[in-house]
Design a protein around this ligand. Structure first.
Ligand code: ZN
Length: 149
């Protein structure tokens, strides 16, 4: 079992806004919440693939569902995950962070890997994706002209 933090956003969030929090937090996934839905985990790759095919909001991305474990202690929560055959649960969410519990460390490590994205040095930065680098000037931000590492 492993506890880890991921950014979270609402299901109705436009998909193009989903990449920034993952790039800033250096996580390859995001927790997506909605009042009448179980939380879901969306990977950076799944979000990118969906964005490239024109999917509009985060809630529509192919994803893995997680159990809502609000109010559970981690050790009890692990039992609940096993009872339901679930791999992930969300223990709590506050501010822009959700605390996720996974049944194993390798499952968590996948999400804790930095995503293959970037950001320009402007404040606030522009993110890649959803923006696409100019092939001729890959280190110049196509939005603001700042340096893009
Ligand atoms: Zn920029």
């Amino acid at each position: 079992m492993k506890e880890f933090d991921l950014p979270f956003l609402d299901r109705d969030t436009p998909l193009r806004e989903a990449f920034g929090p993952m790039i800033i937090e250096k996580k390859s996934g995001i927790v997506v919440v909605g009042s009448s839905h179980a939380p879901i985990l969306v990977t950076f790759d799944a979000a990118k693939k969906a964005f490239d095919t024109g999917v509009g909001t985060l809630g529509e991305v192919e994803s893995e569902s997680a159990l809502s474990l609000l109010g559970h202690q981690p050790t009890l929560a692990l039992n609940v995950l096993h009872q339901h055959g679930a791999r992930f649960g969300v223990l709590w969410q506050v501010g822009r962070t959700a605390r996720v519990l996974s049944i194993s460390e390798p499952l968590a490590d996948f999400y804790l890997t930095p995503p293959p994205g970037g950001a320009c040095l402007n404040d606030p930065p522009d993110f890649y994706p959803p923006n696409q680098r100019d092939k001729n000037s890959p280190h110049v931000c196509v939005v603001c002209g700042s340096y893009l590492p």
